[in-house]
Design a protein around this ligand. Structure first.
Ligand SMILES: Cc1cc2nc3c(=O)[nH]c(=O)nc-3n(C[C@H](O)[C@H](O)[C@H](O)COP(=O)(O)OP(=O)(O)OC[C@H]3O[C@@H](n4cnc5c(N)ncnc54)[C@H](O)[C@@H]3O)c2cc1C
Ligand code: HEM
Length: 424
């Protein structure tokens, strides 16, 4: 029980025991109780919001939180996108990609000559300096070094790969000893994470098993630990590929298979939190026995730090938009039929949109569906409700606000590390 809740309930006990309550205090308490049940119904947290550790909190530059600086006119995100696409040589290498040694990286550590490395890829961020919403001082913290951790601490969701495509210098030269264990990331597409080292104790890694009937295939995951309240399982079934991710605190276990045969889109997931067991039921389209569950795909049966997995996006449909006030709406998003996803309290999702040919990503925290009570459209229970303030000059919120019902938006799975203890 949180300090605040305990104080509340202790006060409540004291009050109810007391015979000396005067009638106005009594009225106040009844009113307060009523407000509290409304707040519970709406799932409004009793703690201050955003929570003290939330990434939504803004703090002074230089502290560990997030703070935007005022950029010079003509230096917005869209200005950067235009500048980056102007065809100028932004790396100084005329499009050549090179292997960068540690010594070479370290040499480029000033405002006028600044390289940084993110997930094994080296970028010349000198031209981006004046466009960085966190300011030059923040960006320079990553000058000449591996900036991955700093970058992730502030804004893991930022799509640096597409933003800095024209600034790509090449990849870090990997030392031979490390090379044998971790393959170097490819120069195109999503670079695989650099710190893939899973927890050392092999026996503590989750494992899976499966069994079948003629009509169904059942996948069972043994997490080998209790599933925390912040833990969750997200399943995506698309074109015969099953992708399943179990979040266990800071860790993520993944099953990724091309299934042996076709299955129905309605997947069921049952989790026994206290014993750490998850059972997924797939319904076969045609009856019969399978010789295997399927063929392993990338990262199948892997157990990694969540931060080392690139977010996975699925296409959601905007089914309604409910006005809350003049600039805030609840956007209701429907997940694809083959997706089972629940976002635990305190976690957020990323929405991704293609705006003027550039990917823009923003985090949003789902709210309770009661906040969109006015919406009449019938839909799946698992719809996501996002309460979003639309800024007159906001890049992403303007894009979202201009969407029509039926339009699609890419949505990630649950993200973030805020842990909400279960209610007492
Ligand atoms: C973990 C997390 C969860 C979040 N959850 C929610 C949520 O549930 N609902 C919600 O509405 N938002 C939420 N946000 C905020 C959201 O992610 C976006 O930041 C917000 O929607 C604005 O995006 P935008 O692209 O429209 O605006 P932007 O284009 O990024 O600009 C937003 C506003 O900031 C101003 N601005 C932009 N850059 C600067 C600058 N350099 N200096 C000064 N001002 C600047 C703009 O003028 C504009 O008024 C969350 C953020 C985080 C980190
Ligand atoms: C090198 C690649 C980087 C890119 C492409 C980048 C990009 C961005 C973008 C797009 C934003 C706006 C985010 C938003 O509004 O949600 C931002 C904000 C910010 N960035 Fe970076 N960044 C980079 C590196 C860094 C590093 C290394 C640091 C810290 C050491 C940092 C610190 C910040 C801070 C403090 C903000 C303000 C956060 C806010 O309140 O919105 N950035 N950056």
């Amino acid at each position: 029980m949180s300090e605040e809740t305990r104080r509340d309930s202790e006060e409540e006990d004291d009050d109810s025991d007391s015979d000396t309550l005067n009638s106005s205090l009594d009225r106040f308490l009844r009113h307060w109780d009523c407000l509290r049940s409304v707040s519970n119904m709406l799932n409004i947290p009793t703690q201050s919001f955003p929570a003290p550790s939330s990434q939504q909190r803004v703090s002074a530059a230089g502290q560990s939180g997030r703070s935007k600086v005022a950029l010079k006119p003509g230096h917005s995100l869209m200005d950067w996108v235009r500048f980056a696409k102007s065809g100028k040589d932004l790396t100084g290498l005329r499009g050549r990609l090179i292997e960068v040694t540690q010594e070479e990286l370290q040499k480029h550590n000033t405002k006028n000559d600044c390289w940084t490395c993110i997930r094994g890829m080296v970028y010349n961020i000198t031209p981006y300096m004046d466009y960085h919403p966190g300011g030059e001082e923040e960006l320079l913290k990553a000058a000449g070094i591996d900036g991955t951790e700093l970058f992730d601490q502030v804004h893991r969701w930022v799509n640096y790969e597409s933003m800095l495509k024209e600034c790509l210098v090449g990849r870090m030269a990997t030392k031979t000893t490390i090379k044998a264990i971790i393959p170097p990331p490819p120069l195109t597409g999503l670079a695989p994470p650099t710190s893939l080292a899973p927890p050392s104790d092999k026996d503590s890694r989750p494992r899976y098993d499966w069994f079948q009937t003629d009509a169904t295939a059942h996948l069972v995951i043994y997490a080998k630990r209790k599933i925390p309240s912040s833990g969750c399982t997200t399943v995506d079934l698309k074109a015969g590929v099953l992708r399943l991710e179990v979040l266990l605190g800071k860790m993520s276990y993944m099953i990724h298979l091309r299934l042996t045969d076709e299955v129905e889109e309605n997947v069921s997931v049952h989790s026994a939190f206290s014993v750490g067991k998850i059972q997924v039921t797939l319904r076969k389209r045609s009856q019969g026995k399978w010789t295997s569950l399927g063929q392993p795909l990338e990262f199948h049966n892997s157990f990694l730090y969540k931060k080392d997995r690139a977010p996975y996006y699925r296409d959601c449909v905007l089914v309604s938009k409910t006005e809350v006030n003049h600039n805030t709406h609840v956007f209701r998003l429907q997940l694809p039929r083959g997706t089972v996803m629940h976002v635990p309290v305190g976690k957020h999702v990323y929405l991704k949109g293609l705006i003027q040919d550039s990917e823009v990503v923003r985090p949003y925290t789902p709210v309770d569906e009661n906040l969109a009570a006015a919406s009449q459209r019938s839909s799946q229970d698992s719809d996501l409700y996002l309460m979003i303030k639309v800024y007159p000059d906001g890049v992403f919120t303007q894009h979202l606000n201009n969407m029509h019902t039926g339009d699609h938006v890419s949505t990630s799975g649950p993200e973030g590390y805020l842990h909400c203890p279960p209610p007492p």
